[in-house]
Each structure stands twice: as structure tokens, then as C-alpha cells.
Design a binder for this molecule. Structure first.
Ligand code: M6R
Length: 618
């Protein structure tokens, strides 16, 4: 939930590299920030409640000397509220040892009591200060001044989730870090090396990265790094090359990352489709590494995910059941394992996650595998914990998603899940090759259709400004339009702090219609006229029902659908598409609307209050 950066090198000034990294990681948490640098005989540090910009101001007011090594942190508070004193780094032992931490140390109160009994005092309410103090105690006793050994022994005693980075004034050439259930990657440079929660923390300086595994310790110097297990056995990280460059993690002229990422969607879909089928239109998901016989034996699919990723899963369910005829459930990951789900070797669990670090989803993956199920991850972050622990992974290639509100990840999760569904249909013989080719052709049309929609974004942005002072907004959808309605409502809550609810349009008359009064804005996602079961006509009736009760109806309908015009206060046009493709398009106006309302309300679109991009605590 927090962002961590470490730097050691011969040329640059550590604090500048760290601040730059923290700025890129700020999406992970932004209620306080801090940096510690090592000088010859002491640690110097600054930390501040607020954003990285507040930390920079603090450093400007009280400058830090140039240094070759340092660690930094941007926080999403768990233990102890956001304050200067609870901000990281926590510096202990007469300013000799500094630590930063991401995660939650579950046994921190026992450890704290133990350390207090030994005479240590604590100034903050954090679990991190406890971890730092334990490290200090171990360093001074059992480890006899060996920082790596001290970290190994300390890590063995910590329970919960932690990425812990430490520097010590007596070793101004090294950073030692431990990883357990929380992310950490090395950035490998020339005469300099980096540590970060994800590659965006050092992407400006190197694209050569090394994944660390759970239970590993790394000792990083300017010239290299050594990896061990918590037991001190030699170990190795897994090197990889980052496929995107620093420009992908910049706003590129847009007002916000959210807006930029909405406009990235044609490319995100194109990249997610790229190389996933051959010239004959047969799916070639080589990375899936799961025996086809096993896929043929699957009799149930459970999709586990949280938030927006769960809504992508809900969309995917319609396609999987329709194309593959496999019963499919979608479950919020944090509810999954607590209801004792029926999972066995014939169950395929699909874990959907942009970050690949969402703790709830990771725990669901572990539970599913313990029960004997195979797990396929759909993930956007290469080498993250969820794909690492799954049996196979289908990456979305949406590029880095920086805004807390998920946009391009959602669309590419749907596309990836559709590819998986088609692959299952191919392997199991549910669909003929020409049928699969036809659906792939529809998917291939999506980037251009998305671009057409985005070329008309101004109209929706204007609507956002006009409705920015609404008290609440309702979203209605049916079939695949239902999860789209839920996603539209989530986006608006999340970035505009505006009360909003998504409903299945058919549910309206079972209660929610009581909310509709004069002037109530209601978005309605209209299925294509050719959709099965005459869904179009049914949603058309729903529009009339709310309009008759005074609602301001904002109707998202396909080009050429003239029926809706009479009952719509506003019509937002989307290109025509096959029913199951529609969510890829109909979500976009809702994303643009939320972004525009948030801007009109003067809010920080990319960093909404109380949230963080990746929720790495349960
Ligand atoms: O990284 P993940 O996809 O696992 O994250 C899941 C949710 O936390 C995430 O989708 C969240 O709901 C977004 N902020 C929504 O915009």
C-alpha cells in the first residue's frame, strides 16, 4: 500500500533519485512521505505528513547534503494516522539505523512489549518503528554488527506482510531489504542500483530489473547485489527487461493520468490482442502452460477479483458461459475463502488484478491452489505476486496505470478474459474455428471504435461539467451493461466523491426507482438493437419509466438507434458492436464523465482521498 525506493550509486545525489521515484510511486499512497540518506557517520532524514511535494518543501527549508545512498517512502496509513511522527523512515539507535516499510506486521504489539521490556522507547504508533527497533537490537547482539545477518534474523521473527529496507550509518555503502508478501524489485544500473515497490520507481534510470521472491533478502551496493533466503542460503532473483519506457509513466499533455489512461485505451486493447492468435485466427496463448487435457476437464470457473477488476470479471462471465458453456461464478476475492467455497481439481480459478499485488486476491489464489484448483491470473504487472503464485498468467499489455481509478486496465482485462474464454472454447471444441475467427475480428475492430469514441470526448466532458453539482447519479444496465453500470458508479464515487449507484435495469421496479425524483440524473446503457432476448426493448421501457418520474436521462446508445431519442435528455453515441463487445465501448463515456466531474469539482483526479492504487493489506 505504500511506495518504497532505495538508491545507491557513484554519481547521482540519492535524495534526488529517491524523490523522483517517490513521485512516480505516489499513486500507492500519499498521506505522508520521507527520505533518509546515509552520510559517513550518521543518517540524515526528513519526513512530512502530506504529499511528496510537502516533503520536497521540507527539504528545501532544511537541505540535505549530497549523498550516495538513501531510502524513501510514500505512505498509505495503516498503524497510526498520517502525521510527521508516523511518517517513514523511522530512525532508531541514536540516528544510526533507518527503515522504511510496506505492509502490516501482525505481531508488532508482542514484539513492541518485548522490546519495551528491554528498555526501548517508541515515539510513533507504527509497526514499522517496532520492526526497525527489533532490527537494531538484533544488529547489536546476535548479528554482531552485520546488517544483512540482522535483517535475515529479524525477517524470521516478523509475521504478516512486509517489504523492509534498512540503512545503517556504519555501512554507508549498502541497503539491505527483506521481502515477504509485499512487492520489491531491483533496478540494475551501471555503477548504481535501485530498489522499488515497482519498476516505475526507477524506470527513468534503468529498464533492467530483477524480481525478488517471497522470503528473500537483498544486500544492494553500487556495484551489485546479493540475494539470500531468510535463513542465509544463497538465492537468486529473476532478471527481466521492462518493456515500456518513462514516457508511458508521464501525463503527456493530459490534465491527469486518469484522462491520459482513458485515451491510452485503443493502444491497450491493440497490445493485449497482439500475438495472441495466428494467421488462421486460432488462439495461441503459449504463456498459459496449462495442460489442455486439464482445461477440458474443468467443470466450473470462479473468477476472483476486487473493485473494478471484479466488474471486468462480471462482464467476462457472460462471454465464458455463452462461448464455453462452463458454469462461471464471480466472487469478490475478500469474500471467497471465508465462505468455504466448493473448489476442487476440476475448478479453474481466474484471478484478475491490474497490480497483481492486491492482498485479498492473492489470498484467494492461495486458498484456491490449496484446494487443488488451477489458477490463471489475468494481470497487468509483469512479475507481480499474483502471476508468480498462479499456475499460469495471461498478461494484459495496458502499460503502467498510474491513476488510482482503474480505466485502461478494466478494458484490457475484459479483452484478456475474452481471449481466455475463446481459448477454452477452442480447446474444448465448443466453437468452430470460423466462429472464433469471427469473434477475434470483432475484437480487432475495438481499437478503432474506441478511437472514434474518444475523438468525441468533448461532448461528454461538457456533460460532466454541467452535472458536476448533482447530489447523486444513478446508472442502469442490463446483461453485460449491468457491470458497466456498476463500474460507472464506482468511478464517480471514487474520483468525484459523488454519491452514485449502479443497478441492473430490471431491478429498478423492485426498489431503486423510489430514488428517482425530479432532476435525478440517470445514465442508461442501452444494448444494441440486435441483442438477444429483446433486451433493447426492455431497457427502452426502463428509460421511459425513470423519465416519467422526472429523471434526467443520459442514454448511451449505439449509432443509428433512434428509438431512444424521444426519451433521452442526452444521447451519447457509441459505435455499433456485437452485444458482448459493447462493454469495451460503453464504459468509456462513464470514465470520461467521472473524470470531468472530478475536475469540475476541483478534485485531485489521480489521487482521490483515502485511497491507494494497490491494496496490499487485507
Ligand atoms: O490491482 P487490482 O486490479 O487488483 O485492484 C483491484 C481494486 O483495488 C481496483 O480495481 C480498485 O477498485 C480501483 N481503484 C477502481 O478504480
Amino acid at each position: 500500500m505504500c511506495g518504497i525506493v532505495g538508491y545507491v550509486g557513484n554519481e547521482r545525489d540519492a535524495k534526488k533519485v529517491i524523490i523522483e521515484g517517490l513521485r512516480r510511486l505516489e499513486y500507492r499512497g500519499y498521506d505522508s512521505a520521507g527520505v533518509a540518506v546515509a552520510q559517513q557517520s550518521a543518517i540524515e532524514y526528513r519526513k512530512k505528513a502530506g504529499k511528496v511535494a510537502d516533503l520536497e518543501a521540507a527539504i528545501e527549508a532544511a537541505p540535505l547534503d549530497k549523498s550516495a545512498l538513501g531510502i524513501g517512502h510514500t505512505r498509505w496509513a495503516t498503524h497510526g494516522g498520517p502525521s510527521d511522527v508516523n511518517a517513514h523512515p523511522h530512525v532508531v539507535g541514536d540516528d544510526k539505523l533507518a527503515v522504511v516499510h510496506n505492509g502490516i506486521i501482525e505481531n508488532f504489539s508482542t514484539l513492541r512489549a518485548e522490546l519495551e521490556a528491554k528498555g526501548y522507547n517508541f515515539v510513533s504508533e507504527t509497526d514499522t518503528e517496532v520492526a526497525g527497533t527489533l532490527l537494531l537490537e538484533v544488529y547489536n547482539t546476535e548479528a554482531e554488527g552485520d546488517l544483512t545477518r540482522a535483517m535475515q534474523l529479524t525477517a524470521q521473527r516478523l509475521e504478516g506482510a512486509f517489504t523492509l529496507l534498512a540503512i545503517h550509518a556504519d555501512h554507508p555503502d549498502r541497503i539491505v531489504a527483506a521481502r515477504w508478501n509485499s512487492p520489491l524489485v531491483i533496478g540494475a544500473g551501471e555503477g548504481e542500483n535501485f530498489l522499488s515497490s515497482d519498476v516505475s520507481g526507477f524506470i527513468e534510470f534503468t529498464r533492467d530489473a530483477v524480481e525478488l521472491d517471497n522470503g528473500q533478502i537483498v544486500t544492494l551496493t553500487a556495484d551489485g547485489y546479493e540475494v539470500t533466503t531468510f535463513d542465509g542460503e544463497a538465492a537468486e532473483g529473476k532478471p527481466f527487461r521492462v518493456e515500456w519506457d518513462v514516457t508511458a509513466a508521464e501525463k503527456g499533455g493530459f490534465n491527469s493520468f486518469m484522462e491520459k489512461e482513458i485515451f491510452d485505451q485503443p493502444a491497450a486493447v491493440r497490445d493485449t490482442l497482439y500475438g495472441r492468435f495466428n494467421e488462421e485466427g486460432a488462439l495461441t496463448l503459449d504463456e498459459l502452460r496449462i495442460d489442455e487435457a486439464l482445461l477440458r476437464s474443468v467443470n466450473k470457473i470462479i473468477i476472483v477479483a476486487c473493485g473494478t477488476a471484479a466488474y471486468a470479471g462480471q462482464v467476462a462471465r457472460y462471454a465464458i458461459e455463452h462461448w464455453c458453456r462452463i458454469p462461471t461464478e464471480v466472487e469478490l476475492a475478500h469474500e471467497f475463502r471465508y465462505r468455504d467455497p466448493i473448489v476442487d481439481q476440476q475448478t479453474l480459478v481466474v484471478a484478475v488484478s491490474q497490480s497483481g499485488e492486491t492482498m485479498d486476491t492473492l489470498m484467494a489464489v492461495r486458498h484456491a491452489r490449496e484446494q487443488g484448483a488451477k489458477v490463471i491470473a489475468i494481470c497487468n504487472t509483469v512479475g507481480a505476486s499474483i502471476p508468480r503464485e498462479a499456475d499460469a498468467v495471461l498478461y494484459t499489455y495496458a502499460g503502467p496505470e498510474i491513476a488510482v481509478a482503474s480505466t485502461k486496465a478494466f478494458i484490457s482485462q475484459i479483452v484478456a478474459a475474452y481471449l481466455l474464454a475463446l481459448y477454452l472454447a477452442q480447446v474444448r471444441g465448443n466453437k468452430f474455428a470460423d466462429e472464433i475467427r469471427g469473434i477475434i475480428a470483432e475484437l480487432q475492430e475495438m481499437p478503432d471504435k474506441l478511437q472514434t469514441l474518444l475523438d468525441n470526448a468533448d461532448e461528454i466532458k461538457q456533460l460532466g461539467q454541467d452535472l458536476a453539482n448533482s447530489k447523486s447519479v444513478l446508472f442502469l444496465g442490463r446483461h453485460v451493461g449491468f457491470p458497466v453500470a456498476l463500474e460507472g458508479a464506482l468511478k464517480l464515487k471514487e474520483v468525484a466523491y459523488l454519491h452514485s449507484e449502479g443497478f441492473a435495469a430490471g431491478e429498478l421496479k423492485h426498489g431503486p426507482i423510489a430514488l428517482v425524483e425530479e432532476g435525478q440524473p440517470v445514465f442508461v446503457i442501452v444494448p444494441s438493437k440486435g441483442s438477444r432476448h429483446n433486451l433493447h426493448a426492455k431497457v427502452f421501457s426502463n428509460i421511459q419509466e425513470v423519465r416519467a418520474r422526472g429523471a434526467v436521462t443520459i442514454v448511451i446508445a449505439e449509432e443509428g438507434d433512434e428509438d431512444v431519442v424521444e426519451f433521452a435528455n442526452h444521447v451519447i453515441r457509441i459505435p455499433e458492436s456485437a452485444g458482448l463487445m459493447q462493454p469495451i465501448l460503453s464504459t468509456v463515456p462513464l470514465q470520461l464523465f467521472a473524470c470531468s466531474v472530478a475536475e469540475a469539482r476541483g478534485l485531485n483526479v489521480d489521487q482521490p482521498r483515502n485511497l491507494a492504487k494497490s491494496v496490499t493489506v487485507e
